[in-house]
Design a binder for this molecule. Structure first.
Ligand SMILES: [Zn+2]
Length: 343
C-alpha cells in the first residue's frame, strides 16, 4: 500500500496521500454507482493537440444535463494504488513516469507532454476502470468515462496511452479472486496492441480486436482474434462482421467483459480511415451490450479513442455508449446494492 518508490514531490501531493489513505475504503464508497468520472481526467496538454482531452468533461456534462445519468450516479474515483499498477507495468517505467524522468524518445512515442497532471489523470483513469469493473460484477454493468488506453505496454506508453487500465483492472479482479476468465472486446479503430502483448501467453484472457488494417500501430501484435478492416469500411459490413464474431468470442466463457467503445471508426474521424456513422456506432454499442446482457455476463465500458474533426461528434458517440447502457440494462444506474455488500 505504501508507495515507497514514489518521488518526494508526488508522495507529498494530496493526490497520492489521499489515494493511499482511503484506498481500502473506496470500493465500499462506490456501491451502487455505475459511472466513474473525475474533473481531473483533464490535464493541460497544450492547445491544438489532436487528443481531445476535454471530451471526458463534455460527455459527463451532456449525460447529466439530459438526465441519462443522475448527478449522484457519477462517482469520482480515487487514485489507483501503485501496487495494482505494478501487476502490469514495470517498476522502472512507473518510477520514471512518476518522477518525470521519461526519455525524450519515450515521450515522443507516448504522444503527450509529461506533467504531474498527466500522471495524476492516468492513475485516476485506471482507478475509474477498476471501479467500473467492480461495479459491473455487482450490478451487471459499469462504465468509466475514460480508459481503454490499450496501446500501453508493460514498460512504456504509446499512442496517447500512459497506463493499460483494462489489464490493470483484470489483474486486480484476478488478485481479489473475483473473476478468473476475461474477454476484451476492443472496437477502437486501432489495434489493442499493448493488451494483446500483455496477454499473448495467457489463455484466461481472450483479446478480440476489430481494427483498421492499414492504421496505427504499424507493427501489430497477435490478439486471440483479430479482424482487420479495409479503409472506408461502412456500417453494414462492420456490423455484420461483429454479429458473426460475438457468438464465437463468447465461447471463451468469460466471467466479465471489457468493452473498448472507441469513437474513432467514425467517418469523420481524423485518425480513423473507416466510414461508420454515428448511428452505426450506436448500433454497435447496443449489439455488444445486448449480447453480454443476454449471456448474463457483467460488462465494463471504457471510452478509448476518438478524434473527430468536430469534438462534438466524438462526444456524441461516447455519450451514445452510455445511453445504450441505460437502454439495455434499463435504469440500473439508480439500482442500489444491499447494505454491507462487498466487492
Ligand atoms: Zn484509437
Amino acid at each position: 500500500m505504501f508507495p515507497e518508490h514514489l518521488p518526494h514531490h508526488l508522495f507529498k501531493s494530496e493526490f497520492f496521500a489521499f489515494g493511499c489513505r482511503i484506498g481500502t475504503l473506496k470500493l465500499a464508497l462506490m456501491s451502487g454507482a455505475k459511472i466513474f468520472y473525475s474533473p481531473d481526467y483533464y490535464a493541460d496538454i497544450g492547445e491544438g493537440h489532436v487528443f481531445p482531452i476535454k471530451k471526458f468533461e463534455l460527455a459527463r456534462d451532456i449525460l447529466v444535463a439530459e438526465g441519462t445519468v443522475g448527478p449522484d450516479s457519477v462517482v469520482s474515483p480515487v487514485s489507483a494504488d501503485r501496487q495494482d499498477v505494478l501487476r502490469v507495468h514495470t517498476d522502472d517505467y512507473i518510477s520514471r513516469l512518476c518522477s518525470g524522468d521519461l526519455t525524450a524518445k519515450e515521450i515522443r512515442r507516448l504522444g503527450l507532454p509529461w506533467s504531474e497532471a498527466l500522471v495524476r489523470r492516468s492513475f485516476l483513469a485506471v482507478s475509474g476502470t477498476i471501479s467500473a469493473a467492480f461495479s459491473a460484477v455487482r450490478g451487471s454493468v459499469g462504465s468509466n468515462l475514460a480508459g481503454g488506453t490499450h496501446h500501453s505496454y508493460p514498460d512504456r506508453g504509446e499512442g496517447f496511452c500512459v497506463l493499460n487500465d483494462v489489464a490493470i483492472a483484470i489483474e486486480k479482479l484476478r488478485r481479489e479472486g473475483v473473476s478468473k476468465r476475461f474477454l476484451i472486446i476492443d472496437l477502437d479503430v486501432h489495434q489493442g496492441d499493448g493488451t494483446a502483448f500483455i496477454y499473448r501467453e495467457d489463455d484466461s484472457v481472450f483479446t478480440f480486436s476489430m481494427h483498421g488494417e492499414k492504421n496505427y500501430p504499424l507493427h501489430k501484435e497477435i490478439s486471440s482474434l483479430d479482424i482487420e478492416l479495409g479503409d472506408g469500411t461502412r456500417d453494414e459490413e462492420y456490423l455484420g462482421l461483429l454479429d458473426q464474431a460475438l457468438p464465437r468470442i463468447f465461447t471463451h466463457e468469460p466471467d466479465i467483459v471489457f468493452y473498448l467503445a472507441g469513437a474513432d471508426p467514425y467517418v469523420n474521424d481524423k485518425l480513423g480511415r473507416l466510414a461508420l456513422t454515428v448511428q452505426g456506432l450506436s448500433a454497435r454499442d447496443e449489439m455488444v451490450l445486448r449480447f453480454a446482457r443476454n449471456a448474463g455476463i457483467p460488462i465494463v465500458t471504457v471510452m478509448s479513442g476518438g478524434y473527430a474533426a468536430d469534438i462534438r461528434d466524438t462526444v456524441e458517440i461516447h455519450c451514445n455508449t452510455i445511453r445504450a447502457v441505460k437502454r439495455v440494462f434499463h435504469d440500473n444506474f439508480a439500482k442500489q446494492m444491499p447494505e454491507g455488500a462487498t466487492a
